[in-house]
Design a protein around this ligand. Structure first.
Ligand SMILES: C[S@@+](CC[C@H](N)C(=O)[O-])C[C@H]1O[C@@H](n2cnc3c(N)ncnc32)[C@H](O)[C@@H]1O
Length: 265
């Protein structure tokens, strides 16, 4: 079952080849493979569309999502945030860096940005409501947020949520070859408010100050690729969920939210 070590890029490309050989009923645009391969272009388009000048990438860790040369024209500042100073230390030096807890006190960042985004951060925060409220506070009126996150109740994430962290890490390192402690470490995940669209969830975003919110979900995942029987069952479940439009079994979501404009008296 233990997979050969390889780079993340090799792993992702191998999954695409595998999917071409075993086509699924899930259209490419609704698949997690589409989300992973297109998220960078989609975030860049959202930034350009909103005319973003000051960006913050939350929970950026050691791998800033955009290389300096990929940052869309018109952007004046690009700040990397993380709670862990050591993670930010490992990121290239030529970025603005801000060490803080996205669920903590952040008065000094209030209204500083017009675009805030994250990739694989939301599942790690202890309280999703405080996280989204704080993101909204960091934004200027009309500012936008974009989060790419895994969601419950996709089976691998339910398993990750339920298992003790040490065991979940051991399993992940065994079945996903590009995950290694030194290059792509695992962080404990809580999945607070990481869900598909529901009235309650949309209301939460509005209560914390966002005017418009959309949650787009993507089906399927690659976690069980090295465990054939489980992989088949999981793929079947994703296909049934897709056919029945049951988004609560999707694997990933793009959350797009826009802060209300300031009210004129
Ligand atoms: C799974 S990594 C994702 C890193 C990067 N975004 C990526 O996609 O490669 C999660 C990151 O979120 C950071 N993080 C976790 N909780 C945080 C919090 N409350 N505030 C800010 N960053 C946090 C971790 O230190 C870690 O660097």
């Amino acid at each position: 079952m233990r997979a050969e070590a390889c780079s993340r890029q090799q792993w992702l490309l191998a999954q695409v080849d595998r999917k071409k050989k075993a086509p699924s009923v899930i259209p490419y645009e609704r698949s997690s493979a589409y989300a992973w391969r297109n998220v960078k272009r989609i975030i860049a388009d959202e930034m350009a569309d909103g005319g973003a000048r000051d960006l913050i990438e939350l929970g950026a860790g050691r791998h800033p999502f955009f290389k300096r040369e990929e940052v869309p024209a018109g952007v004046a500042t690009y700040t990397l945030n993380d709670i862990d100073p050591q993670e930010l230390e490992l990121a290239p030096a030529d970025y603005d860096k801000a060490v803080f807890d996205v669920c903590g006190e952040l008065d000094r960042y209030e209204g500083r940005f017009d675009f805030a985004f994250s990739r694989m951060l939301a599942e790690h925060v202890p309280d999703g409501r405080i996280f989204h409220r704080n993101v909204c506070r960091m934004l200027r009126p009309g500012g936008r947020a974009f989060h790419f996150m895994p969601i419950l109740y996709s089976p691998p994430f339910v398993i990750n949520r339920l298992l003790p962290e040490a065991l979940a890490e051991k399993l992940l390192l065994m079945i996903v070859p590009y995950r290694t402690r030194d290059r792509f470490p695992k962080f404990p995940a809580r999945y607070s408010r990481c869900r598909a669209k529901s009235k309650r969830l949309l209301a939460m975003y509005r209560e914390v100050g966002f005017a418009d919110v959309d949650i787009e979900v993507f089906f399927g995942n690659d976690y069980f690729n090295n465990i054939p029987v489980l992989n088949k069952l999981d793929a079947l479940l994703s296909e049934i969920a897709y056919r029945r439009d049951f988004e609560h079994l999707a694997a990933y979501a793009f959350v797009r939210a826009r802060k209300a404009l300031a009210r004129t008296p």
